[in-house]
Design a protein around this ligand. Structure first.
Ligand SMILES: Cc1ncc(COP(=O)(O)O)c(C=O)c1O
Length: 457
């Protein structure tokens, strides 16, 4: 049995996998003024093809040849066996990771950035605005826009902007503009700064700012792009799991027992997990686990409700687990996991019992990342460390049970620009934040303001 699988170029997936039609129940639609959203409602912010994909029931959707050709710059990505980690844990489990950190920008995010920039360009869009947490999504969109000679403007959550200044440099190298959010450039940003001039920001606020800028361009040449949450983003990321499934087979693995990913908005998790969720629906016994921070426990402590995707309430309502759209998560290092909601598709799979969610403390995630660095050599992103904390737990459980489990996880990004995360833990700084009940209750209160919630809190 080999220790890594690298597929040939012609084995790259040519279609994305859409889980929607496999689900037992109907996916609650996006909702505007108490009615399901119509395609026209979204056309001010998204190109038509992405809106079609958002609402498509088709199980397989063709990937345009131009998009495949760009993905081939780094895909198929390797699937590697973490033998060093297995030995360190003395576990009989076989642990595999799908290494998405080998993309040009260092994470899974370009898988959808390339597709989104392509569809925008085809429909005549010249400029794309977006938000970014840790900066991985902003870098990915900046990279994709530079390949197509498009303008890109990124609102980066203030706390990450300060913690990870080199991410801005990356975006600038690819020709994008990056500002800290909340910013004085939009009316919502100014309102947030009036309320709290030292606001650390949140993904919800940055989304509002990016949408505001896009819809303010009356020439319709500016559109907005989202790096996670929506169905079409989950769809584009399924290349991860489709490749991984083929690669496990090529290494002689006939089954997988656990599939694990970290979750912010849900895209790398959906990418690695959804093809296996499809297998689970067809009867395979697979434990599929989404890992989130204890300080932003959307899936483990939030209700399944209709809520806004952004803080200003500019988006349609999404049926998802949510901590309340005004929730501002503590300033943890995993900036990409600081989101109040979660993808409606991932939320639905959790609600149907197909996916299980767990939360982790930042210090235990750091310890997991440190062990991984020492045993496998790769410095992972703070977001990814949540998946590794869970992998270690599962591998130790397999040891206790004396079972040869096969564990797969998504290594969603490297942490070479996140060294402050490592530094602060090594210097003994206390980095754990648990969300207290009072703050959670207050934040959940904002959900009840909406007209006609379809799913009660
Ligand atoms: C490396 C990495 N992993 C995971 C995430 C979380 O996003 P998502 O849940 O959409 O995969 C991010 C977000 O920025 C990220 O940068």
């Amino acid at each position: 049995m080999g220790i890594k699988s690298v597929l040939k170029d012609d084995e790259i997936p040519r279609q994305w996998f859409n889980i929607t039609s496999d689900l037992k129940g109907v996916l609650p639609p996006l909702s505007l003024n108490g009615e399901p959203v119509k395609p026209d409602d979204l056309e001010v912010i998204f190109p038509k093809v992405l809106i079609e994909q958002e609402m498509s029931p088709d199980r397989w959707i063709d990937i345009p040849t131009d998009v495949v050709e760009t993905l081939l710059k780094w895909r198929p990505t390797p699937l590697c066996r973490a033998e060093g980690l297995e030995k360190f844990l003395k576990s009989p489990a076989r642990i595999y990771f799908k290494n998405e950190s080998v993309s040009p920008t260092g994470s899974h995010k370009p898988n959808t950035a390339v597709a989104q920039a392509y569809y925008n360009k085809k429909e005549g869009v010249e400029k794309i605005t977006t938000e970014t947490g840790a900066g991985q999504w902003g870098s990915a969109l900046a990279f994709a826009c530079s390949l197509l000679d498009m303008e890109c403007k990124v609102y980066m959550v203030r706390i990450s902007f300060d913690q990870k200044p080199l991410r801005k440099t990356l975006m600038n190298i690819w020709g994008a503009t990056c500002v800290a959010s909340p910013s004085p450039e939009t009316s919502f940003g100014r309102k947030m700064l009036d309320e709290n001039p030292n606001s650390p920001g949140s993904l919800g606020i940055a989304v509002s700012e990016a949408i505001e800028e896009a819809v303010s361009d009356k020439s319709l040449r500016t559109k907005y792009s989202l790096g996670s949450v929506l169905n079409f983003v989950m769809l584009h990321q399924t290349v991860i799991g489709l490749e991984a499934r083929k690669q496990l087979r090529s290494l002689g693995e006939k089954r997988v027992d656990a599939v694990i990913g970290c979750i912010g908005g849900g895209s790398n998790f959906a990418g690695i997990a959804f093809p296996f969720v499809g297998d689970k629906i067809e009867g395979q016994d697979i434990s599929i686990i989404a890992c989130e921070p204890e300080s932003c426990p959307t899936l483990t402590r939030g209700p399944f409700v209709y809520d806004f995707g952004d803080s200003a309430g500019m988006t349609p309502l999404l049926a998802m687990y949510s901590l309340g759209h005004r929730f501002i998560p503590p300033a943890i290092h995993a900036g990409g996991l600081r989101y109040h909601g979660a993808s409606p598709l991932v939320s639905k799979t959790v609600n149907e019992g197909l996916v299980h969610a767990r939360s982790f403390r930042q210090s235990e995630c750091f310890r997991a990342a440190e062990i991984f660095a020492k045993t496998e050599g790769i410095i992972v992103a703070p977001e990814t460390s949540h998946a590794i904390a869970c992998v270690i737990d599962e591998a130790l459980k397999a040891k206790e049970e004396g079972k040869e489990k096969v564990i797969l996880f998504c290594l969603s990004g490297h942490g070479l620009l996140d060294l402050k995360f490592y530094e602060s833990h090594m210097s003994g700084e206390s980095i754990d934040f648990k969300l207290d009940e009072k703050t959670l209750k207050k934040s959940l209160g904002s959900i009840k303001d909406h007209p006609k919630p379809i799913i009660a809190c």
